[in-house]
Write a protein that binds this ligand. Structure first.
Ligand code: MG
Length: 369
């Protein structure tokens, strides 16, 4: 089987509510999504998606994905998409780094490989079950009262895992954490996600002031160096998310004991093939995981769900449903949808969901015959 054509679509995914990242980074209202269709000489078609969470979150850029695919396309055409490691190697040779540009190609190849084998991607990766996996909420509220209201809305919808966004004002962060913990049901997982919004001193002040609560923080400072520097000075468990990009990052975090949890976002780390190695490093070192799309449609959510299905339930805290934060549906209601705060994989070969091509409009680029 050979890749004969790569077709690239750009589509806007407007957010239901504008989003502000902590630390004064810019507000954004729209996600720039790249959808990629790969055709083969045997008639199978695979789809991939690359949707960064805005352009100020991490070094990933919608137009950069499309430019990267233009550069890599000549090296990918003609390869067998089922041999995902060969495609990965070709991409890494054609364009070192730029992992976010590679993930949609990797995803489309896994989709084709699964369809060819008559198995879901999760099954192709060796997973046995299609259990319902909890979705982490995304609580971007600002005040104690708003935080209570947003959490209550999620709890009413069955959510048992929450990512409460903090960062910025030390006293307000401490007050919000104390209030959330005072009202927290026993069965819930709550992660306080700083999104790199604290300096070292801010991180230490909040982490030390809440030490009695034994809560967990995600990405409490800008870099792995920052996280390592404050590590001996607090006792809170840490999840690393934005600073976990390469396999070398994963190895350093595990070796130096910088975190107890990996937040693996598929587009950021370069797709399923590369993310699976991070999963293995995590499992080998007693590190738990959150697995999720960086952003995007139900396709990106589904990709994350396939990887999550390969992780024992006890080690995978939650996934995420970015689909619930956007106002358009490019897949006409198909694919896994949030139900009672959980997502369940479809029992169909490959990825299990494809977009409505009509919803995507005309392609912006096409490579191959
Ligand atoms: Mg995070």
């Amino acid at each position: 089987m050979k890749i004969t054509r790569i077709t690239v679509y750009k589509t806007d995914l407007p957010l239901e509510h504008p989003y502000w990242l902590a630390g004064g980074r810019l507000k954004f209202e729209n996600l720039d999504a790249t959808l990629v269709r790969i055709d083969t000489d045997e008639g199978l078609t695979g789809w991939g998606e690359g949707t960064p969470w805005g352009h100020t979150y991490v070094p990933a850029h919608g137009p950069g994905i499309r430019a990267g695919i233009e550069t890599m396309a000549p090296f990918i055409l003609g390869l067998d998409p089922r041999r995902v490691l060969e495609v990965e190697r070709a991409m890494d040779l054609a364009l070192p780094g730029h992992l976010y540009a590679k993930s949609p190609i990797d995803m489309a190849c896994w989709d084709i490989a699964g369809q060819a084998a008559g198995m879901s991607i999760a099954a192709m990766m060796g997973a046995q079950d299609s259990r319902a996996i909890p979705i982490a909420s995304s609580v971007g509220a600002k005040t104690v009262e708003e935080t209570r209201e947003v959490l209550a809305r999620y709890r009413d919808r069955g959510y048992v895992a929450h990512s409460v966004k903090i960062g910025g004002d030390v006293d307000r962060d401490v007050a919000r954490i104390r209030d959330v913990e005072a009202h927290r049901p026993q069965n819930e997982i709550i992660l306080y996600d700083v999104n790199r919004g604290w300096t070292r001193q801010q991180a230490l002040r909040v982490m030390q002031a809440t030490e009695d609560l034994r809560v967990m923080f995600e990405q409490p400072a800008e870099s792995l160096d920052d996280i390592a520097a404050i590590r001996p000075l607090h006792s809170a468990p840490v999840s690393v998310d934005e600073s976990l990009v390469t396999l070398q990052d994963a190895a350093r975090i595990a070796r130096d004991g910088l975190a107890e949890v990996f937040g693996i976002k598929l587009n950021r780390v370069g797709g399923l093939t590369k993310a699976a190695r991070m999963r293995d490093i995590a499992l080998a070192h007693g590190i738990d995981m959150f697995v999720m799309a960086t952003g995007g449609s139900v396709l990106a959510d589904t990709e994350a769900l396939h990887l999550a299905a390969t992780i024992p339930a006890a080690n995978c805290h939650a996934v995420w449903a970015c689909q619930d934060m956007i106002t358009v549906d490019i897949a006409g209601g198909r694919g896994p949808r949030a139900q009672n705060g959980h997502l369940t994989l479809p029992d169909t070969p490959g990825l299990g969901v494809h977009p409505d091509q009509d919803a995507l409009g005309a392609p912006v680029a096409s490579y191959g015959g």
